[in-house]
Design a protein around this ligand. Structure first.
Ligand SMILES: *Cc1c(COP(=O)(O)O)cnc(C)c1O
Length: 373
């Protein structure tokens, strides 16, 4: 059996005739940016997330950087302010901070959840700290109750990087609606993926939403009148039309992913592997990635590959060890470094068959460290 880590062709073929029809509709409309498809996308996503405003953007990184840029324009952040962010996130979260002249302050995650540690946030706050960017990594909701208390008591802004967690919930409220503003990514490999780049910002703050809309459109809300030195980061009508088809299936896709993750959690039994914990009752995971941990990670990856099972590391090198951040290469984050050395993501997407899931579980249960050596 051959099970690739992710098969985007397979996932998108399920939509092929509807996608072709949607693209034809956009071609024939003669209108390719900021039109009806964007309006529908913004209203559908706002309904699904439960927040008042959605702004489509060119991609997830732009959604994040536009949030920080807008807060700078509003005078709530200024160059040199510190923003707390998890040390083990995908580098895009951190880029959005440094690109705006803000200082990312990296904070260790908890090894059991891979999400930012609220205790360690507490000790990292200085009088220059102005915001926290939480990341619901792999689709698991952060400890937002504790983090919201910290944010309230210190008067900080709270922003969510929701790129991996569309569909996740805490106490019946969706991620993307648990903070001042949130960024979504519709990169092709995300739970809801475009056929190219796409992103969005969600918020309940009308001033912020209007500002981001203008900043993403050359700093203009009225044609040829430029209030800000903006950028160009809009969501294409074609991508919006494709996302509208997929957003209709958000609940089904997320439930299917949960069912597969439940099987993995119940049926993988191997003392050489650490499985992700099923989240507490009030939390619902989006299961963007099913990330296991092993002291024999490289041997495990080779073993799976010999059985035809694809796997990936999210992510092999932590941001503070990247050349792009050479100014902080000397910092030490032992939990983060341990995670990056031991984690492995196994296949999990809505198109996996029961037979494939059985095969993956059986392989993982058979793994012994010296097999692959
Ligand atoms: C994918 C991702 C992003 C960036 O989204 P793009 O649409 O690829 O720009 C940001 N943060 C996290 C955590 C991501 O997984």
């Amino acid at each position: 059996m051959k099970i690739p880590f992710l098969n985007l062709k397979h996932i998108n073929q399920a939509y092929q005739s509807r996608i072709e029809e949607a693209i034809r509709r956009v071609i024939n409309s003669g209108w390719y940016l900021q039109g009806e498809e964007n309006n529908r996308f913004e209203s559908v996503l706002s309904e699904q997330i439960g927040c008042n405003y959605v702004v489509g953007t060119g991609n997830g990184l732009d959604a994040l950087r536009l949030i920080f840029r807008a807060y700078i324009e509003m005078g709530l952040l200024k160059v040199g302010d510190e923003v707390i962010v998890p040390a083990n996130t995908y580098i895009a979260s951190i880029l959005s901070i440094s690109e705006n002249g803000l200082i990312p302050v990296l904070v260790e995650p908890d090894i059991d959840t891979y999400n930012i540690s609220p205790e360690k946030i507490g000790v990292s706050i200085t009088n220059r700290t102005k915001a926290i960017l939480v990341v619901h990594l792999y689709g698991l909701v952060c400890d937002m109750e504790t983090i919201s208390r910290i944010v309230k008591s210190k008067g900080l802004l709270l922003i969510e990087d929701n790129a991996q967690a569309i569909g996740a919930e805490l106490n019946g409220r969706k991620t993307g609606n648990l903070s001042d503003a949130a960024a979504f990514s519709f990169y092709p490999g995300k739970n809801i993926g475009a056929l190219g780049d796409a992103g969005a910002v969600t918020t309940n703050n009308p001033e912020l939403a209007n500002l981001i809309k203008a900043l993403a459109n050359y700093g203009s809300s009225k044609k040829y009148i430029n209030k800000f030195k903006g950028i160009n980061s809009r969501l294409d009508e074609i991508q919006a039309a494709i996302l509208n088809l997929k957003l209709d299936d958000l609940n089904d896709i997320t439930e299917r992913r949960r069912t597969i993750a439940r099987r993995y959690c119940n049926e993988i039994k191997n003392s050489n592997l650490v499985l992700p914990q099923w989240p507490r009752d009030k939390m619902k995971h989006s299961w963007h990635l099913y990330v296991i941990r092993s002291n024999y990670r490289d041997a495990l990856m080779k073993f799976l590959s010999e059985k035809g099972i694809g796997s990936m590391i999210h992510y092999p090198t932590p941001p503070h060890k990247q050349e792009a951040y050479k100014e902080i290469n000397n910092l030490s984050f032992p939990v983060t470094e341990e995670i990056h050395k031991t984690i492995l993501s196994i296949p999990l997407h809505q198109c996996l068959s029961e037979k494939e899931i059985d095969f993956i579980i059986k392989a993982l249960n058979e793994f012994k460290p010296n097999d692959a050596e």
